[in-house]
Ligand binder design. Structure first.
Ligand SMILES: [Zn+2]
Length: 274
């Protein structure tokens, strides 16, 4: 009888131990999940609109093809448009989580810019690369106010240079190291209210008045509730087959796709020199 009671007691203690172990396991899962949401949102199931066109030298259709392939691989629902007319389509725009644009120079109409700005302010992410994003619609200052920079020159054309990761802690650049590239080195007029994630330094070789100037290469910002991301690399869209450039682009697209679902990040203004 005594033995039976002892066995029951042991079983009871064992059960308590098991319950405790399960609970600590559950706590662990919760902790892991919250850590994950503090990193980058997933592109899976996100609605992405890729708009391409403008100056053909930047191969906008090829950029759209490469970007759509990378996005679909991650489970995004991609819609392609070869005209900015789609920005005036409120029904389409209201459904999008992210707009990726590759339209160099070209022009944008009143209704189109109105539709684009409205969607972004309302929480649709807006992202792109090189001239397809930061050299679009040169005469439209409302567009430049939103994106955070405007291309002005690429002294020396396509040259070798170092991309320096300036923010090792940001989820977009975490784990990526400084790297060498060969492409146009964009000199831009930059909005001070952007968070710079990577930069490059100019020499005076091709324009002596910019010797030592530090220029953003990758940045993020907000416009209203919409997340804005730009990478200035990519004169040739095939540069995004390179590991570091591709990782920066895709991390930026992941981040920008989360505006409607995640809290707005707070950072100081101006932040360009941080
Ligand atoms: Zn270019």
């Amino acid at each position: 009888m005594k033995d039976r009671l002892f066995l029951k007691f042991i079983s009871f203690i064992f059960c308590l131990f098991l319950i405790g172990a399960c609970q600590s396991g559950a706590d662990h899962d919760v902790a892991t999940a919250s850590m994950e949401t503090a990193t980058l949102p997933s592109l899976s199931g996100k609605k992405v609109l890729i708009v391409y066109g403008g100056w053909p030298g930047h191969k906008p259709a090829l950029f759209a093809e490469i970007a759509s392939e990378l996005l679909r691989k991650e489970g995004a629902e991609v819609t392609l448009s070869d005209t900015v007319e789609i920005y005036a389509n409120e029904e389409v725009m209201s459904q999008m989580d992210l707009i990726v644009q590759s339209v160099t120079m070209d022009k944008i109409g009143k209704e189109q810019i109105k539709g684009l700005v409205k969607a972004v302010k309302g929480g649709t992410g807006f992202a792109g690369a090189h001239g397809g994003f930061c050299d679009s619609f040169r005469s439209n200052t409302e567009y430049q106010f939103m994106t955070g920079a405007q291309f002005v020159a690429h002294p020396g054309g396509q040259i070798d240079y170092t991309v320096h990761i300036t923010s090792a802690e940001d989820a977009i650049t975490k784990g990526i190291e400084d790297f060498q590239t060969k492409t146009e080195k964009y000199y831009m007029h930059v909005d001070p209210n952007v968070k710079v994630l990577a930069s490059t330094t100019f020499t005076g070789e091709h324009a002596d008045w910019i010797d030592g100037a530090v220029m953003p290469v990758v940045w993020k910002k907000y416009h209203g509730d919409g997340r804005i991301f730009c990478i200035a690399l990519g004169h040739n869209p095939e540069e995004f087959h390179e590991a570091a450039a591709q990782q920066l682009l895709m991390n930026g697209l992941r981040w920008a796709s989360g505006s409607k679902y995640e809290d707005k990040e707070e950072w100081l203004s101006p932040v360009v020199y941080q």
